[in-house]
Design a protein around this ligand. Structure first.
Ligand SMILES: NC(=O)c1ccc[n+]([C@@H]2O[C@H](COP(=O)([O-])OP(=O)(O)OC[C@H]3O[C@@H](n4cnc5c(N)ncnc54)[C@H](O)[C@@H]3O)[C@@H](O)[C@H]2O)c1
Length: 366
């Protein structure tokens, strides 16, 4: 079996060794020939400043013809700081920004309740969007948004950055390359956090609800059990899945864990072979009863310029820009974001009514 080649943001071998371009910042003719695009940001708080601004800088440093033209946030000090960081014009209001700046792509990075109205403002102006998770607060709203974008012919992407994070990209390449000796038959996942203010399902587990369908295909049925905080929000949940492929799976997710300690694990079984992704850092393949396990844990060389490549943000943005240009298929259409929101709704329903949820029969499949 050939081990997949997964780049994770370090300098390409040929640049470092043959061209003496240690940081991989030399001219890249293929990138330079791409259509130049402009991007604007709606919602300039934590994830915008800590992840997406550096992801844009990472791509620019690599020679991607992309410009950040404007940022909008109703909090004046946030808009001003982000504008200073981005060297872009600040706005208090998204609609005004869109009319003035006319970006090719809007990054919707605002608080959850603002995702849909902001995306609608962009769709009305024919502007493509990449929308943070969760796509919307409920499935009906998410599916309707996807429908409006399709009707208007506007590209709508949702954030599922982990797909572009190297350990998961490696796992996917292994699965697709036949390393499990069969299509996946069983999925198990774990997600935990300790932050008291992050909603367990919409804020955190939504990442795994995307990964589970990315690796396994659509969920047809699920059953969930949960225990709750005093305010009714889920504290810990276990879910069992049936997939359209005939495979089965489980997921345990808990806000009674910790955020700075091991927190995430995905295990996928094929046929007499399985792989594990631990904490989004190490991918291990067990495919031989008597031979060694094969483990891949990326080194972090001093040529790794930004961790936004490792987090998957830069790769997701690069793909979305290429999709806007029409030179690559969109990796994470908003429909996938709606599917994850549908699973969240199914989990809540299953816990409340203690019953199996048939995703299609309950109208929760996009
Ligand atoms: N992909 C990931 O791993 C990841 C990580 C963190 C956050 N997120 C998501 O990103 C989004 C933002 O999270 P955050 O942690 O940056 O929150 P934050 O509170 O730090 O920032 C949100 C910003 O949105 C602004 N905002 C609210 N309404 C707005 C509107 N109508 N127009 C423009 N801006 C508006 C707020 O003023 C605030 O500055 C959330 O949807 C969250 O779920 C994703």
């Amino acid at each position: 079996m050939k081990w997949p080649a997964i780049d994770f943001g370090h300098t390409p071998y040929e640049a470092a060794f043959a061209r003496g371009d240690v940081y991989g910042i030399g001219a890249d003719d293929a990138r330079a020939r791409k259509r130049a695009l402009s991007v604007a940001i709606a919602g300039a708080g934590g994830v915008a400043q800590a992840k997406w601004l550096p992801a844009i800088r990472y791509l620019q440093t690599r020679g991607e013809p992309v410009t950040l033209v404007a940022v909008a946030d109703p909090r004046p000090e946030t808009a001003a700081k982000a504008a200073m960081l981005a060297q872009a014009e600040p706005f208090a209001d998204v609609a005004t920004m869109l009319d003035r700046a006319r970006p090719d792509l809007l990054l919707v990075l605002a608080a959850d309740p603002a995702h849909v109205p902001i995306a609608d403002a962009a769709i009305a102006r024919g502007i493509a969007c990449l929308i943070e998770k969760p796509l919307a607060r409920d499935f009906r709203e998410a599916a309707a948004l996807v429908g409006r974008a399709a009707q208007a012919g506007v590209l709508l992407a949702s954030v599922a950055n982990k797909r572009f994070s190297p350990p998961y990209a490696m796992a996917k390449a292994l699965v697709d390359g036949g390393a499990l000796k069969a299509a996946p038959t069983v999925f198990t996942g774990k997600f935990t956090l300790g932050y008291p203010y992050v909603d367990l399902l919409e804020g955190g587990t939504v990442h795994l609800l995307d990964l589970v369908q990315w690796f396994m295909g659509p969920v047809t049925r699920l059953h969930a059990r949960g225990v709750h905080w005093d305010d009714g929000q889920p504290r810990s949940v276990v879910i069992s899945f049936a997939f359209a492929s005939g495979a089965i799976g489980t997921l345990m997710t808990s806000a009674a864990g910790m955020s700075f300690k091991p927190w995430e694990r995905v295990e996928i079984v094929g046929r007499n072979a399985f792989l594990i992704v631990d904490d989004q850092v190490e991918t291990t393949l067990y495919d031989d009863e008597t031979g060694p396990a094969k483990s891949w844990r990326p080194a972090v060389p001093n040529t790794l310029m930004f961790d936004e490549a490792f987090g998957g943000y830069a790769g997701l943005l690069e793909n979305t820009l290429d999709a806007v240009r029409g030179v690559a298929p969109l990796a994470v259409p908003a429909r996938d974001g709606a599917a994850a929101v549908g699973l969240i709704e199914a989990i809540r329903r299953s816990i409340a009514e203690d019953r199996d949820i048939d995703i299609a029969a309950e109208g929760l499949a996009p």
